[in-house]
Design a protein around this ligand. Structure first.
Ligand code: FES
Length: 207
């Protein structure tokens, strides 16, 4: 199931749940008269505007969390608490949604992201082995970031590029026919970067 399908399925479930809750408690779908933003950061205004657009409905939880993550890069404790308070949803429920679905992350990513596809086609072509090699070679667990905060290692379920399996995404660029050697080239470049050298060299893998 793609991330979009996943979001739509979750949304439908939350809408049903929310409707039931509303019927029981008769809680109005409006915000408290004045919601205090967590800080002066302008990104919170984007989040607040999204909440307003959805009428502070509990069923908009997924969209709101998605907006927070798009704005800040990840969901920290204070943002979860803010969303819970604003939508009048128990913090435990917000935390549960944020931790259950892989589209959300509770920790910031590193400067670079390496996503290895673990969908069926890529798995058959050896992506699991690639991932395992990466974990061992760079002492980094799936979902984690290297100690120097430079590279995060992630997985995905089908990038829609099965014809070039095994595929991955390197800083947003889909690359295929991956081997441990070609991945090595990219990761070594990233890890060798100094703080004053923000540009990275793209992997030269044929699509
Ligand atoms: S299974 Fe990896 S791109 Fe489709």
């Amino acid at each position: 199931m793609s991330d979009l399908d996943c979001i739509l399925t979750i949304k439908k479930g939350l809408q049903k749940m929310s409707a039931r809750t509303m019927n029981r408690t008769n809680t109005p779908r409006v915000a408290p008269s004045a919601i205090k933003l967590p800080s002066e950061d302008k990104r919170w205004r984007i989040v607040a505007a999204t909440m307003r657009r959805h009428g502070y409905a509990q069923s908009s939880l997924i969209e709101i969390l998605h907006t927070v993550q798009s704005s800040f890069g990840y969901l920290d404790k204070s943002s979860l608490a803010f969303v819970a308070h604003s939508l009048r949803v128990p913090l435990s429920k917000v935390y549960g949604v944020a931790t259950f679905y892989s589209i959300f992350r509770l920790k910031p990513h590193g400067k670079h992201t390496c996503v290895v596809c673990m969908g069926t086609a890529c798995y058959i072509k050896g992506s699991a082995k690639l991932l395992q090699t990466l974990e061992q070679k760079y002492a980094i667990k799936l979902g984690d970031t290297t100690a120097d905060n430079k590279v995060s290692l992630l997985e995905a379920r089908c990038l829609g590029a099965c014809g070039i399996a095994p595929a991955g995404i390197f800083d947003g660029e889909v690359l295929g026919n991956l081997t441990s050697e070609t991945i090595d080239v990219q990761l070594k470049d990233w890890l060798a970067e100094s703080e004053s050298d923000p540009e990275s060299v793209n992997i030269k893998t044929t699509l």
